[in-house]
Design a protein around this ligand. Sequence first.
Ligand code: 4NP
Length: 159
Amino acid sequence: MKIKILFVCLGNICRSPMAEAVFKEELRKNGLEEKVDCDSAGTAGYHIGSSPDKRTLQVLAEHGISTPHLARKLEKADANRFDYVMVMDESNYSDTVSLIGIQHSSKVFLFREFDQADSIDLEVPDPYHGTMKDFNFVYELCLKSSQGLIRYLRVNHSM
Ligand code: 4NP
């Protein structure tokens, strides 16, 4: 059975579609794309149906990645559809647990818990009101966290 991973941020237009696309690219590079299904969602519904922010699309394009994702809101049923829910910051964590139910909190992780860089900061910061520098930083965090998550999946799911 495929492992199912959902990436979650606030608006589902900047960080979580970036995380989903970068993680998928790392799966592809590792020949693991058939083993894992991914999606992303937002805890808020402000941008439902929208393509990712053009700055997210630009950073991804600079790394040879594109994504067809359209924003959607996290829903309670996602708790049963996914094995892992990767959130970007502490505020996403509490909003996600409120939406899917505390009984599912054991599948919710801060994505950067898998970033193996020696850092005490476990958040992917919201770049929405920032500059391209902030979006590039989000990319670097998504890349390191994706690589760590793949190592974790290899060990824990015999992939
Ligand atoms: P994201 O960024 O959560 O990384 O998609 C945001 C996008 C939109 C808004 C806030 C954060 N907004 O307030 O519309």
